[in-house]
Write a protein that binds this ligand. Sequence first.
Ligand SMILES: [Zn+2]
Length: 268
Amino acid sequence: MPEGHTIHRLAARHAELFAGDKVTASSPQGRFTEGAALISGTVLDRTEAYGKHLLHHHADERTLHVHLGLYGRFTDGDGEPPVPVGQIRLRLASDRHWLELRGPTACELLTPPEVAALRGRLGPDPLRADADPDRAYARIRRSATPLAALLLDQSVVAGTGLIFVTEALFRAGLRPTVPGRQLTPVGWAALWADLVALMTLAVARGRIDTVRDGHLPEAMGRPARVDRHGGEVYVYRRDGAPCHVCGSPVSRGGLAGRNLYWCPTCQP
Ligand SMILES: [Zn+2]
């Protein structure tokens, strides 16, 4: 599933393509026909990312809400939209650009109270200027739940997925299974600041890189990472491989149906 940086990049991209323009909307697949009709012909005022949720705010207080889930994806381009291919839930087009959405978990219109309710369900998003990390810590410090599970819970922190969480915990030297209530205020401040830095870099690069300069492939004389995910990381999906810092084999374990990764030596 895309992590928050991808959604923030999409929000910026869609603003670049459409903000301030009148758009036509349709649902070639037919599953969003009524919603598309309600925003078709309106101006897309602005876009917004909140965690893994993308919002298109249209005139007349209509807001399109998209959650990509595991399979959702956007494509876009210039000029006339192409002939529809596959299951296109939503197509937006202006005089200059088009956009298509396939396979989302959510594609719906929200009223202002529903937008407020969505915001209310989400924890602070490290990529948003209005984020209040104290709100997340208020949950974490009272909880016996493993820290990794808390950070993956979008009502605690919004936008963080498995890569950011496992990597930030490695960089902090914290075992993913440490109970939330053992995290000190100073520890939380450092962890939050690191999430902000890692996610901001990922927005700029369009991929998640978490290794410090001294652990880059060229610095260590090791081959670059090769997989679908792409970025240079310490532990994510590196189980069995030597830790870039200490050389111990990286461990993997399950937590609530997710795989976690950590270094048994660097994260005691
Ligand atoms: Zn290590």
